[in-house]
Structures are given as C-alpha cells and as structure tokens.
Design a protein around this ligand. Structure first.
Ligand SMILES: NC(=O)C1=CN([C@@H]2O[C@H](COP(=O)(O)OP(=O)(O)OC[C@H]3O[C@@H](n4cnc5c(N)ncnc54)[C@H](O)[C@@H]3O)[C@@H](O)[C@H]2O)C=CC1
Length: 372
C-alpha cells in the first residue's frame, strides 16, 4: 500500500498529463473503446484520477472499498463497459503511471499496482455481472413535465420505461440526447411514488452542458437515459430518529424526498427540522411546497435561511451552517446535509463541534459529483 501511495503522491501534481497519456495509450491501442467515452474528455480525465486516489486511500477499509468499487462497477454498465475492457485499461494505466512516477517506480511498485488493479477490477466485474442478472444497464426516462421555477432552476418529472428502484436521499446519473455519453449526477427530489414518476431539480450552471440543456432545452417528450440509483444518504425511518436536514440551493431536492418518505413511513412523535438555504428569497423555489407539507405534518419545521443582501421576508439570515449552529441542541438527531460542497463541509464541521457523532452526520459529497 505504501508503494502505491508513494507513487500516487509523485503523479498527483502531474495528474492531468498522466491521465491524458493513459487515455492516449488506451485509444491508440484499443480504438474500439473510444466510443464508450464522451467526445470531450475534460471531466472524464479528472474523474479517473480522483477515483484512483479514493481507491488508494480507501484500501485500508476493505468493506468500504468493496462497496464503492462495486457501485462503480454497476454504474459502468451504463457506458457499455464489458469484462474484456478491464485488462487493457489496467495495462495502459500501469504504463502511464510508470512514465510519470519517475524514480518512485520500480518492479515492486509495478507489482503492487497490478495487484491493486486486479483487486479493484475483480470487485467491479463481479458487481456488474451480479447486477446484470436483475437490472438493465440503464433506464430510458421520458420527460413528462418541465417547470421553470427560477431563471435557472427547473423541476423535471420523468417517467422511466420500467420499474426504477431507489430510495429517498439517493441520486442517479443522467444523460441527455444533446450531449451523448456525458453523464451528470442528480438527486431524486421525491420519494418513490405509486405512479413510478421521478423528479429532479436542475440548476443551469455556467459552462454546464448537461444542466443548461435540461433547464433551457428539455421539454415533455424528450427521452433521457438514467443510470442506477446510488448513494448512502438514506434514512432508516423505522428507527424513528429525529432528523436535522440542511439543504442549500438545489441541494433541497433529496431533503424534500426524505421528508416525503418520512411522511409515509415515519411514526408520529418524531421531529424533522429542515433548514433551507439560498442567497436570495427568489431562489427559495421549493419553499411554498415545503411550507405546504409543514402545514399538514405537525412534526415538520421548515426554516428558510438567506445569506445574500436584500430583504429577508421572514427568513433567518446568515450562512446556512452558522445559522444552524445558533439553534440546537442537535445531539440526539441524525443529520443530513446536501448542497454546495463548501456548505456541506462547513455544516459537518459545525455539527461535529456541537457534539453530533460523525456516524450520525450524513451527506453524499462523493468525489465524482460534478456539477454541470
Ligand atoms: N446530494 C447532494 O449533496 C446534492 C448536492 N447538490 C449540489 O448543491 C449545489 C447547489 O447549488 P446552488 O443551488 O447554486 O446553491 P447556492 O450556491 O445558491 O447556495 C445555496 C446555499 O448554500 C450556502 N452556501 C454556498 N456556499 C457556501 C459556503 N462556502 N459556506 C457556507 N454556505 C454556503 C448558501 O449560503 C446558500 O444558503 C450544487 O453544487 C449541487 O451540485 C445538489 C443536489 C443534491
């Protein structure tokens, strides 16, 4: 493990070049795999190295590595990845690393990498094969409703072509017809419904191809592709634990889904507190709906929080994590956080300082969650 870490530390500062070299080798030697990747490779490059780093760091916890790489293997089915693709990828990876690890590379390091790659690829292949027995590699989903909530936020309702299994708090990756093979993660914004429909909140971000297409171009009748549900920000409602939810911007989506799920499964006597943050009042696009739920559900409290200048209109003011820190105590609760990564990180810090044990603070800041 030390050998792998030491070589990664050398490659990390030149990760861009090492990854570009890896893909160049792969596409030159195996042109048939080029079609599995998007036309523009920028985000993809970044992902590969982050995944390797995460795998190297996670190797000390075999159960976590297995869970993460298993999910990755299942998720790769949607790209059309086949068992036979793993060996050539491993070979090109080792060669690219060898080239950029300089003097840290030697026979022992190479052996350690080959072993690690064999372990990871075996987990991914087994998980993919197991998944293939029960699930399609992807689902088609028809957009049946498209509502613009603000200038740059849309709520999409999608009908999957077959039963789509997921839990509130999870997310999936979506591909639009306009940017083939470019996938982005979006959280489910509603709990599983009897009619099988799924909802997503999408904000068009600068230079975000997929998000801009989903907000400004998508319309009822368009067909998206959906990868399988992923993410561990789920809640065991049977335990009846009180919840503290922090949702910033479109990060309110999985919180909304969890509240719906709590309404279906959570017993009375439980308390759910939602802090919903945005910069300006006009951006609290889900507030009316949440207030509607709070009006019906006596255990639900919704507190809007505004961090920008301008009229507060009955909202609390300040950055979301700090505002939550002014309330409490939260020590008996389970916390879920969703929103911009900086908000989630600061929120986790505040809650740990307030005495919440780390295992009760849940979020899905997965390295892969690229906005766009
Ligand atoms: N499961 C998850 O974790 C989900 C995450 N997201 C992410 O949430 C983000 C939403 O973006 P927008 O709607 O543009 O949100 P935004 O930038 O408008 O911010 C929303 C809230 O986060 C707070 N915030 C932003 N930066 C902060 C910082 N550095 N420190 C403390 N608080 C901060 C703001 O004060 C505001 O209350 C995207 O990055 C999206 O990828 C979205 C859905 C689900």
């Amino acid at each position: 493990m030390e050998l792998i870490r030491a070589s990664l530390a050398v490659v990390e500062p030149v990760a861009d070049r090492a990854t570009a070299h890896f893909y160049a080798l792969l596409f030159l030697r195996h042109p048939e795999v080029r079609s599995l990747f998007p036309a523009a490779m920028d985000v993809q490059r970044d992902r590969l190295f982050r995944t390797l780093l995460a795998a190297a760091r996670g190797a000390e916890d075999p159960a976590a590595l297995r869970a993460r790489m298993g999910a990755l293997g299942r998720g790769h089915r949607r790209y059309g990845t086949l068992t036979g693709h793993y060996a050539p990828v491993g070979e090109c990876l080792v060669q690219a690393l060898a080239r950029y690890a300089g003097s840290r590379w030697g026979d022992d390091t190479e052996l350690a990498w080959r072993r690690a790659y064999r372990l990871i690829s075996t987990i991914m292949i087994e998980a993919a094969e197991e998944d293939a027995r029960t699930s399609p590699p992807w689902w088609q989903g028809e957009v049946v409703r498209h509502e613009r909530r603000t200038r740059d936020v849309a709520v999409l309702t999608v009908r999957p072509d077959q039963t789509y299994p997921f839990r509130a708090g999870q997310y999936c990756s979506l591909e639009t017809p306009w940017w083939p093979r470019v996938w982005r993660h979006y959280s489910f914004a509603s709990a599983p419904r009897p009619d099988g429909l799924l909802t997503f909140h999408v904000k068009a971000v600068q230079a975000g191809w997929v998000s801009n297409a989903l907000v400004h171009r998508a319309a009822p009748g368009d067909v998206l592709r959906l990868g399988p549900a992923a993410g561990a920000m789920t809640v065991d409602h049977a335990a009846g634990t009180d919840l503290l939810c922090l949702g910033g911007g479109t990060g309110i989506a999985p919180i909304r889904a969890l509240v719906e799920e709590a309404a279906e499964h959570g017993g009375p006597g439980r308390s759910v507190e939602v802090f919903y943050g945005a910069r300006h009042a006009a951006e609290l696009y889900e507030l009316d709906a949440l207030r509607g739920l709070a009006g019906r559900l006596p255990w639900l409290t919704v507190r809007p929080v505004l961090s920008g200048a301008g009229p507060a209109e009955g909202a609390l003011t300040g950055e979301l994590p700090e505002v939550v820190g002014r309330f409490g105590p939260w020590s008996g609760r389970e916390a879920v956080l969703s929103g911009p990564p900086a908000m989630v990180r600061r929120g986790v810090g505040v809650l740990l300082r307030m005495g919440l044990p780390a295992e009760r603070v849940r979020h899905d800041l997965v390295g892969e969650r690229a906005s766009g």
